[in-house]
Design a protein around this ligand. Structure first.
Ligand code: KG4
Ligand code: ZN
Length: 358
């Protein structure tokens, strides 16, 4: 079964074709990140407009790459279903993807599957085969019961799966997502958006033990909280700059030296990933899963990969290109909906769900 996935929940317009939930035939991602960088975060109106501008060519490219040498008609004949992100995400962005998918499902007479974006992040690790160059995929899919740490710009959750659609959210962030904390710390330090990669890069030149930062203690040991950590970085930055708490954060990038920024970045990253690894390690001990999957944009973080590699079972990470938003994970998740006989969506009425949760 070949599924065309479509993803437009935030600032990436993506389309991909996946066969049987595990073979990646094509994976196209057009990011509008450069347009948002000047604003230090995603501007929803700009994101929607970019989706609208590129979505048809992104889908066209994904279909052509998956079925090279064939006519568009021959290629579409081999697509068995269409999958689209229904939520969570930005309303205007989700609308472009969902309306495009609905239209294609009607015009091409294909079943349509609605996909939860956060759940789908886990399915990047179910992709095990591809003829596309440059992908480092796991040899076999994860096994159930599986424990997943989903860490992205919008979510931070520990989820225990007994099966594909039978799961319990053990804990989640009570305030900022960890990726959001990376983005906010980058802003404090004057590092470019998105913050994850730029904080990680700056951290390479810093001492992770140089600035003492707090770890949140919460009632549920599987919950997370990162807004206090972000504020602690702000206070430490003001102190290093020789200023008090009233010093405006937008003046900090000029008031801090490169080595102070590196130390703050390294100490923040260390505390953030240590917190994630700690929660995951506790949950592994309690639930004894067969597989552990770390998914979402923050799974691209090398420090997190290094810090969790001694856990058993060894965590599976998707290829870096499949950690951040993509449509291959959407198509892969939909394959399991289809093979578990879950009902397809009505292409005439499928609505977006911006606040969809797991
Ligand atoms: O999964 P994703 O692409 O989008 C959402 O669903 O939110 O995650 C994006 C988030 C951003 O906050 C970005 O800063 C973070 O992932 N990120 C990273 C790294 N690469 C991306 N965080 C830490 N280290 C990285 N290398
Ligand atoms: Zn995501």
């Amino acid at each position: 079964m070949r599924i065309l996935g479509i993803e437009t929940s935030c600032d990436e317009t993506a389309a991909a074709v996946v066969e049987n939930g595990n073979r990646l035939l094509s994976n196209v991602v057009a990011s509008s990140v450069n347009l948002h960088a000047a604003f230090g975060g995603v501007v929803p109106e700009i994101a929607s407009r970019s989706h609208l501008e590129v979505i048809l060519s992104v889908i066209d490219q994904a279909v052509r790459e998956a079925f090279q040498g064939q006519t568009p008609e021959e290629a579409w004949d081999q697509i068995d279903a269409i999958a689209v992100t229904q939520g969570p995400g930005l309303s205007g962005s989700l609308l472009i993807g969902v309306l495009t998918a609905r239209t294609l499902a009607i015009a091409k007479k294909k079943p349509l599957y609605a996909v939860n974006h956060v759940h789908a992040h886990v399915y990047a690790s179910f992709l095990t085969k591809t003829a596309l160059p440059g992908y480092n995929l796991p040899a076999k899919p994860p096994a159930f019961p599986l424990l997943s740490l989903i860490v992205s710009g919008g979510h931070t959750q520990l989820v225990r799966f007994r099966g594909h659609f039978s799961y319990t959210v053990l804990g989640q962030t009570l305030d900022d997502a960890v990726g959001e904390a990376f983005d906010k710390v980058a802003k404090i330090l004057g590092l470019p958006y998105p913050g994850g990669p730029s904080v990680a890069l700056a951290a390479k030149n810093g001492n992770p033990n140089s600035v003492k930062l707090p770890k949140a203690k919460l009632g549920n040991k599987y919950d997370f909280s990162f807004s206090g950590l972000k504020t602690a970085v702000l206070r430490a930055a003001q102190e290093l700059a020789g200023q008090d708490y009233a010093f405006p954060s937008h003046k900090l990038p000029k008031a801090l030296s490169a080595s102070q920024k590196a130390n703050l970045a390294a100490s923040f990253q260390q505390t953030a990933v240590d917190t994630l690894a700690g929660g995951l390690s506790e949950a592994i001990k309690e639930f004894n899963p067969k597989s552990v999957v770390i998914a979402g944009g923050v799974a691209a973080n090398q420090k997190l990969r290094w810090l969790t590699k001694s856990l058993r079972p060894t965590p599976v990470f998707p290829d870096i290109k499949l950690c951040t938003d993509n449509a291959a994970m959407i198509a892969a998740q939909a394959y399991y909906q289809a093979s578990n006989k879950r009902p397809a969506a009505d292409p005439y009425s499928l609505e977006i769900t911006p606040d969809l949760s797991m």
